[in-house]
Write a protein that binds this ligand. Structure first.
Ligand SMILES: Cc1cc2nc3c(=O)[nH]c(=O)nc-3n(C[C@H](O)[C@H](O)[C@H](O)COP(=O)(O)OP(=O)(O)OC[C@H]3O[C@@H](n4cnc5c(N)ncnc54)[C@H](O)[C@@H]3O)c2cc1C
Length: 366
């Protein structure tokens, strides 16, 4: 963690965290993770280019429609792992609203307090850019002063750098902006990039030099949204990941927890193998009981961390100048939010015998 002029505020050795979280920290860019996961599955168990447009629960089963009447798939249960704007959740919640069974909180919209612009560079020349020859990944966060930005960098395999710039936005303004548009255009991100070109990074270059090395179509601007839904299941339909708990990326825990949800739910399916409506409800209840409290804690931690890391509040401004406070806050969060009571809980009880036994981790930095 650094101040605006790249003076070090604090350092945290991630390997120490593995004793807290139960597994080593690994850094991998999104396309690489996608390919790793895909390599574990036989392709005939996945249908690509399908968009769920309707869900129908009936006695003895549930079906999803993907656009046309003929494109319908049936099963015992349906798990909506379809992200923050989950179609499965929206259809389920509409039905629950009609039945007057949806809690008031679940009718409220996402809160949007921050904006992030992010990208990943092409492979960089290690002779021109510093710290790229390390055999580990170095996550750096720089707290800007006299500007509303915090910027992060992380090197991944192939001498590439993932960078992101965060800033707090006025909640009501963000509501209005969201209302008016569904996506950002390049001018919006251009304005942020322009304001940040001269900011320093640990690679001995400015952010501007990293922007130049980033393919334009690989630059995105997103609202950072958060929401913890109370309803995770009803009948034969369940939700997991961002579909039921959208966290801010400040602790890097969103995808991690989506994986944990999936493991816990898969274990319960394996254990109970329910087919009756009652059995399915019991299984989903156990799933939520096992996961909800943990998610609730982590949600609070990520909210707090975002406020400190990306925000412009008193605490955020204080930690930009008091190094020990930064470290204290970080470890407070780690102990509170990451610690697993029993790491082995999150292992598959019956490992799926599908793809190769182990992942090819050549592309992953630890
Ligand atoms: C800037 C940023 C940085 C982040 N950094 C980290 C990090 O370092 N570590 C971490 O753990 N998490 C991080 N996260 C969070 C992480 O990306 C999410 O928590 C994670 O991707 C959630 O996974 P998911 O499977 O629930 O949803 P998603 O990844 O959103 O996947 C949902 C899938 O459903 C599909 N889908 C959507 N609608 C339909 C439909 N109607 N029919 C069929 N399919 C549909 C989508 O195409 C998509 O493939 C970050 C998030 C952001 C925004």
């Amino acid at each position: 963690m650094f101040d605006h002029n790249l003076n070090r505020l604090a350092t945290v050795q991630m390997p120490e965290l593995s004793t807290l979280v139960g597994h080593p920290y690994m850094a991998v860019d999104r396309p690489c993770l996608y390919n790793l996961l895909l390599s574990m599955l036989p392709l005939d168990c996945i249908l690509f280019n399908k968009r769920i447009t309707n869900v129908n629960e009936y006695i003895g089963g549930v079906s999803v429609s993907c656009g046309t009447e003929k494109d319908v798939y049936h099963g015992d249960i349906l798990v909506g792992a379809d992200g923050i704007h989950s179609a499965v959740r929206q259809i389920l919640f509409k039905r629950l609203e009609e039945l007057q069974k949806l809690p008031e909180e679940d009718t409220e919209t996402f809160s949007r307090g921050y904006i992030t612009v992010l990208g990943t560079t092409r492979p960089l020349n290690p002779e021109k850019f510093k710290n790229l020859t390390d055999s580990y990944s170095d996550f750096s966060q720089v707290y800007g002063s006299k500007c509303p930005y915090t910027w992060s960098t992380l090197n991944v395999r192939g001498s590439r750098v993932c960078w992101s710039i965060h800033s707090q936005v006025d909640a009501s303004a963000s509501e209005n902006q969201m209302f008016r548009r569904t996506s950002w255009d390049s001018q919006d991100s251009h304005d942020v990039l322009k304001a940040c070109v001269n900011f320093k990074t640990v690679y001995g270059c400015t952010l501007g030099e990293l922007f130049k090395e980033t393919p334009v179509d690989g630059i995105s601007m997103v609202f950072l949204e958060e929401k913890l839904f109370k309803t995770w299941h009803f009948g034969r339909i369940g939700l997991l990941g961002d579909a039921c708990h959208k966290m801010l990326p400040s602790s890097g825990q969103g995808a991690v927890n989506a994986f944990h949800d999936a493991i816990v739910l898969a274990n319960l399916v394996y254990e109970y193998q329910p087919t009756t409506a009652e059995g399915i409800t019991t299984m989903f209840e156990k799933y939520k009981t096992e996961r909800f409290e943990r998610i609730q804690k982590q949600y609070a931690v990520t909210h707090f961390q975002a406020m400190v890391q990306y925000g412009q509040m008193v605490l955020s401004l204080a930690q930009r100048t008091i190094p020990r406070l930064t470290l204290l806050i970080f470890f407070h969060d780690c102990c509170l939010g990451f610690k697993m009571p029993d790491a082995s809980l999150y292992a598959y009880k019956a490992p799926p015998k599908m793809g190769p036994d182990t992942l090819d981790l050549e592309d992953v930095y630890i």
